[in-house]
Design a binder for this molecule. Structure first.
Ligand code: AP5
Ligand code: MG
Length: 214
């Protein structure tokens, strides 16, 4: 399976991706996660990415597209992949098409999770993530077994710096201006599947599985 999962910030892309990659046994490629891992290194690119991300702005396309190109040269993507948070504007979608064409690969589905602003603010203000492995939790919707500790790896749960309300509002604005038009781009190729993201984590997962024919 070659899948893209898209949708506004906080709608549940990462949460649904965790379930889908288990089902299909494919790598989860989240450009946001790749950038956050780079924060921890001494690399200049990590510092640049951090400055954009903490302001709630998109990392420049040349950096993002290069990271994706490099990731797609790794061996594990030959069995398929799930992209989460990429492409995020029309230019990235075109660059992605060019890479897929070079490799002679086709996308199976673009899953577009829909939600509303009020729900997104609630989800992001209560989100906690593992600082070690990136697993996603919520203070009421998806509690860890032990408060503040990751179920998967025992890491500490933290709040993302870009989950402050003002930064979330900026991310939502950028989503509307730059990312929402990507839905139209994929509509033209007939690969888009809209899913209601306002339901529970499991109901949304079941809807996605149904539309994927599973
Ligand atoms: P990225 O990490 O991709 O963030 P995002 O798109 O803003 O989305 P989030 O990760 O915040 O939300 P999500 O939809 O994954 O929701 P989640 O599952 O966590 O990108 C971060 C930044 O990196 C960008 O702003 C940009 O600066 C940069 N970047 C990344 N990609 C880029 C690109 N291609 N180009 C340029 N820059 C790029 O869920 C949220 C919360 O809700 C959790 O607490 C979860 O437990 C809960 N929840 C989820 N689903 C449900 C449900 N159904 N019911 C109840 N609660 C739920
Ligand atoms: Mg995410």
């Amino acid at each position: 399976m070659r899948i893209i999962i898209m949708g506004p910030p906080g709608v549940g892309k990462g949460t649904e991706a965790e379930l889908l990659i288990k089902h299909y046994n494919i790598p989860h490629i989240s450009t946001g996660n790749i950038f956050r891992e780079l924060f921890e290194t001494e690399l200049e690119i990590g510092k640049i990415a951090k400055s954009y991300i903490n302001r709630g702005e998109l990392v420049p396309d040349d950096i993002t597209n290069e990271i994706v190109r490099e990731r797609l040269n790794e061996k594990d993507v030959e069995k398929g992949f799930l992209f989460d948070g990429f492409p995020r504007n029309i230019d990235q979608a075109k660059a992605f098409d060019a890479i897929l064409k070079e490799k002679n690969w086709k996308l199976d589905a673009v899953i577009n999770i829909e939600g509303n602003e009020e729900l997104i603010i609630k989800r992001l203000s209560g989100r906690r993530v593992c600082e070690k492995c990136g697993a996603i939790y919520h203070i009421t919707n998806k509690k860890p077994k032990v408060e503040g500790i990751c179920n998967v790896c025992g890491g500490k749960l933290i709040q993302r710096a870009d989950d402050l309300e003002d930064t979330v509002r900026r991310r939502l604005r950028i989503y509307k201006d730059q990312t929402a038009p990507v839905i139209g781009y994929y509509l033209a190729s007939g690969t888009i599947i809209n899913v209601d993201g306002t339901r529970s984590i499991d109901d949304t997962h079941n809807d996605i599985m149904k539309v994927l024919g599973e």
